[in-house]
Ligand binder design. Sequence first.
Ligand code: CUA
Length: 349
Amino acid sequence: MILDRLGLSVSWGDLPAGLGTLVPSFLGATAGGSENLNVFDPASPPAFAIRGLFYLVLGITGVIFVLVEGMIVYSIVRFRRQNDSTEEPPQIYGSKPIEVAWTVAPILIVFVLFLVTVRCVNDVRGQGEPKDALHVTVVGHQWWWEYWYTDFGPDPKQPLIVANELHIPVDRPVVLELKSADVIHSFWVPRLQGKTDVIPGRANRTWLQADRTGLFLGQCAEYCGSQHANMMLRVYVDTPEEFSTWLDNQKKPAVDEPRVRAERDFFLSQGCVECHVVRGTPARGTFGPDLTHLMSRDTLVTGVVANNQTTLRDWVADPQTIKPGCLMPDMHLTRSEVERMVAYLLTLK
Ligand code: CUA
């Protein structure tokens, strides 16, 4: 996992920039606490299924390894050339029972592995419609995640859309439909579900049901461009009460604080509105993350840095330093313009 991250966060063509992105990617993992990405510590049925399959395959292949290696070692020792012997050992050609055995046995083993793998793939994808499921459509973008809560929204046709931090209630099945806005990504939260590709023009499916509360981290697992390694996943498993509090807040339009009206108008006069939504204002661009409740998120830049006044200021002033190659341009704002913009953004709780 760490090697994967190291390998993919450095862009060798542009080493200084690559090293720059390497450090924040680790900070981002720690920003919310737990760094546990261990597939052997599952917390959801598909992840348990994958661990079970791993142990089964390891067991079967382990027995084969010991048998084959054992026979080789035994043969080497038992039938090694004796010093005083000049005779050739007896030459044996073919043995039907042995040949049948070593053809049939592997076929049976491969067949068993095939069956258990198919069963595991189905467990990961999930079948049918679990009772009381929550439905979320995941949309992968270069390089961030969007979540559409299709069960809730201002009106039934319009899902509630949030960015980058997925909140789900504990002990409740969550069916995820995976779509991409651009290139192939892969949705992978190792302790909760199985790695599932996110492919343009196609809807894939996976599901999870977290058995404990807390933060679960993941990572885009398909190389998708220069910021692939910084396309991190954060799943917050809440108690039902926490989840409904969070949901109620997300459903509201953006707060409209009179004391930052001038700053808001400045924000709305800028190009930001072409790419970002702030519900309840004329900002309706859908190319970038929804900012309606920006400050309800723990992290900024898809989990790269903690979300606070300082990082927000740095980000607005110069996105290309924090996330080189990202699709948010440097707006060339003056220092005071950045301050005005941040003053407004900070109110979006
Ligand atoms: Cu998205 Cu890699």
